[in-house]
Unconditional design. Structure first.
Length: 296
């Protein structure tokens, strides 16, 4: 399965700070925002990943991750010259996707929850059609909204409705079978000139092959698109990390625990950051797995 991180857009709701740097490179807690969606793909068992961003920002992402080999991944890059809608990511990524299933995750979404990795791997392994992830919110009119029946079957999808039929927002994580690119090619731009992901998801719904997985209690889904939500996300991450003595979305630790890299390789990644608490945490985790290296 392939994975795409859509890290484009102008970040206009975060201006003026995003006039100088990509939103997805802003800090959430102790790491760049893009670590969180990347970690989601890694936890799903996906190692072939494409990062889509603007031509100006791609060099910064390359500097951060390179070709991904240090994390046991294969990371490629593609340009989105202007915001054209979430579904456009499937067209930009078509040569990368081929006919394979794909997981698409938005670069400004933070997910955290118990047994999230097991859930993702199960859904990826049994993927037929489209899988969406729902989360109850108090302001569903700001999001794509999913309506389900008493048995959890998906009934309808609406984009930012004035009168939402439910309080389930559709999060920025989408799993698609090999038909996704072909469906995206058939879409027409909306009134705002973008290819809407809700329109693509409705095609799967009309085919009877769209499902909604509820992220209930024990899960957190955080959108970081405004100054207030960015601050709250950072506070959540730092609080959880302090209370639980863990690091959320620590990509080096995930690579180690998923078997993508060995303990010594993980230690070396941490040693590069040894002057930070994050780097020392990575080295400590590597030692727990038997790393024999010694910090410089």
């Amino acid at each position: 399965m392939k994975g795409i991180v859509l890290a484009g857009g102008s970040g206009s709701r975060l201006h003026p700070v995003t006039l100088a740097v990509s939103k997805q490179l802003l800090p959430v807690g102790d790491k760049p925002m893009v670590y969180y969606p990347l970690s989601v793909l890694m936890l799903a068992g996906i190692r072939d990943i494409l990062i889509i961003s603007t031509p100006a920002e791609l060099p910064r992402f390359r500097r951060l991750f390179g070709d991904g080999s240090g994390l046991g991944l294969r990371i490629g890059y593609a340009e989105q010259h202007r915001p054209g809608g979430i579904a456009e990511a499937l067209l930009i990524g078509a040569p990368f996707i081929g006919g394979d299933p794909v997981a698409l995750v938005l670069g400004d979404n933070v997910f955290h929850g118990t047994s999230f990795s097991a859930l993702l791997q199960r859904e990826c392994a049994d993927l037929r059609g489209c899988v969406l992830f729902g989360y109850r919110v108090g302001d569903p009119e700001r999001y794509g909204v999913a309506e389900v029946d008493a048995d959890g079957r998906l009934l309808s999808l609406e984009e930012k409705p004035a009168r939402p039929r439910s309080d389930r927002a559709v999060t920025g994580l989408y799993l698609y079978d090999g038909d996704a690119v072909g469906i995206a090619e058939s879409l027409r731009p909306s009134a705002r000139g973008e290819l809407e992901i809700t329109d693509l998801n409705r095609v799967y719904l009309e085919r009877g092959t769209a499902r909604l997985v509820d992220l209930g209690r024990g899960f957190a889904w955080l959108d970081t698109g405004t100054p207030e939500s960015l601050l709250k996300a950072g506070q959540y991450v730092l609080t959880m990390e302090e209370r639980q003595s863990i690091r959320i979305a620590c990509v080096e630790e995930i690579a180690l625990r998923m078997g993508y890299i060995g303990a010594d390789e993980c230690f070396a990644l941490g040693a590069r950051l040894a002057t930070s608490a994050y780097g020392r945490y990575v080295m400590d985790i590597a030692r727990e797995f038997g790393a024999e290296a010694v910090a410089p």
